[in-house]
Design a protein around this ligand. Structure first.
Ligand code: FCB
Length: 440
């Protein structure tokens, strides 16, 4: 038995996102988001599920904060529904929307739980989408305006501000595979959206700091490690090429100020329109980097491996490979000059069952989390500056195109009654937090 002690100030948290948990899709003046539109379009989401009710966090947040307290969470990462604040994405502010987040943040502060806010986690205003969405450069400034509105209202109580959650997923799933809202399939647009998202991020960083230069600003990127399956130099080359062509898309511009040459060469026919000044805007110094980690990609000399023999897979079809997290953290720490890192999401979907005793004995999720915590601690000992870790997710919730079929929570949500039950993984996490220690 080994004990992995975490530093006293390590931030143990959990995360959610507005559309996935809030519900109240048409309440208190909220405008339509592209996810409202997408989920109500037949055939887009498994079982026709929508986020109309979700976990009803919009009304049940006091109960949810009480649960966070029971777990002993130090921090809660949540996102804001942009069309709740600006029903048309710009212009007139919906005070009732702001009031909701104001109450939530007050509640968190009263419970001594630090709020980590994400400005945008995918529920983009439908009205802005109809004006060209992220493809239209003229729209990018609206994101900065929205950021400033929130900082003015909440900046006195929130220190950590994240601009975007996973711009790569916004671009590729929303505009290339079409599996996410707005459901387009256009690779040229995808590349432009990815670039424009970084410009919008840069504008928002400026806007946040213009209102309050004391705040800490960052972005959240999801990174999959690229591993070679064996010692064959060709396998290693495959893994390295895949990393350079894909995984550097945001890291390179943000932390080096230019696109990786391998990326430029790989997609040379669909290069985005990059304007003078973009790269300086994109590569402004950040106060922290959020990393969402779920799995890795594995390569042999022949290319990527679909199914790794002997490996465990989650309900998402993602391989479980905790040591890849340590390798990833070391790799990015070596290749870039990074600000402090937070693991802003990590977790797993498994088929939970409610046992006759009414509990959810989710050992596989518990093991997944335990092993990823250990690998994070080891990466810290290797020299990576990781300051905190947010489990995805606090609650079972609306998993985008999969609807309610994938459960990631350390708290179960019964979607009929909306009753919450802390799973074994949640009870385990509470013990970890109270002792600052993970025991394997
Ligand atoms: C991430 C998303 C998050 C959740 C997890 C499973 O890509 O940021 O909202 O869906 O995956």
């Amino acid at each position: 038995m080994t004990e992995y002690l975490f530093p006293y100030h390590f931030v143990f948290g959990a995360a959610t996102a507005s559309y996935q948990v809030e519900g109240a899709a048409n309440e208190d003046g909220k405008g339509e988001s592209i996810w409202d539109r997408f989920s109500h379009t037949p055939g887009k989401v498994t079982n026709g599920d929508t986020g109309d009710v979700a976990c009803d966090h919009y009304h049940r947040w006091p109960e949810d904060i009480a649960l966070m307290r029971r777990l002993g969470l130090k921090a809660y990462r949540f996102s804001v529904s942009w069309p709740r604040i600006l029903p048309s994405g710009r212009g007139v502010v919906n005070q009732a929307g702001l009031d909701f987040y104001d109450r939530l943040v007050d509640g968190l502060c009263a419970a001594n739980i630090e709020p980590f806010i994400t400005l945008h986690h995918w529920d983009y205003p439908q009205a802005l989408y109809e004006m060209g969405g992220w493809t239209n450069r003229d729209n990018l400034g609206y994101f900065a305006d929205y950021a400033a509105i929130l900082v003015k209202r909440l900046g006195d109580r929130i220190e950590k501000w994240t601009t975007l959650n996973e711009p790569g997923v916004i671009a590729w799933d929303g505009y290339c595979s079409g599996e996410h809202a707005p459901g387009e399939q256009d690779f040229v647009k995808t590349r432009q959206v990815a670039h424009n998202l970084m410009v919008a991020h840069g504008l928002a960083v400026q806007a946040i700091r213009a209102v309050n230069p004391e705040l800490q600003v960052g972005i959240v990127l999801n990174q999959w490690m690229s591993d070679a399956a064996d010692d064959d130099p060709r396998s290693r080359q495959q893994a390295e090429d895949a990393w350079n062509q894909g995984e550097t898309t945001f890291l390179h511009p943000i932390f080096k100020g230019y696109y990786h040459p391998a990326q430029v060469a790989f997609a040379s026919e669909t290069l985005p329109d990059v304007r003078a000044g973009d790269m300086a805007l994109i590569s402004q110094k950040l106060d922290f980097l959020g990393i969402n980690f779920y799995s890795r990609n594995l390569y042999t000399a022949q290319g990527s491996v679909d199914q790794v023999p002997g490996s465990e897979y989650t309900e998402m079809g993602w391989e479980v490979c905790a040591p890849a997290l340590r390798r990833l953290l070391n790799k990015i720490n070596h290749e870039y000059t990074l600000p402090p890192i937070y693991i802003t999401e990590n977790g797993a979907a498994f088929p939970d069952v409610v046992a006759p005793d009414g509990c959810v004995h989710d050992e596989r999720r518990l093991d997944y989390l335990k092993n990823h915590f250990i690998q994070t601690r080891l990466a810290m000992q290797d020299g990576v500056d990781v300051r905190g870790y947010f489990v995805w997710s606090l609650l079972d919730n609306f998993e985008w195109g999969h609807g309610y079929t994938k459960r990631f929570g350390i708290i179960r949500v019964d979607y009929q009654t909306l009753q919450r039950t802390i799973k074994d993984s949640g009870e385990w996490y509470a013990r970890v937090i109270s002792r600052h220690t993970v025991t394997d």
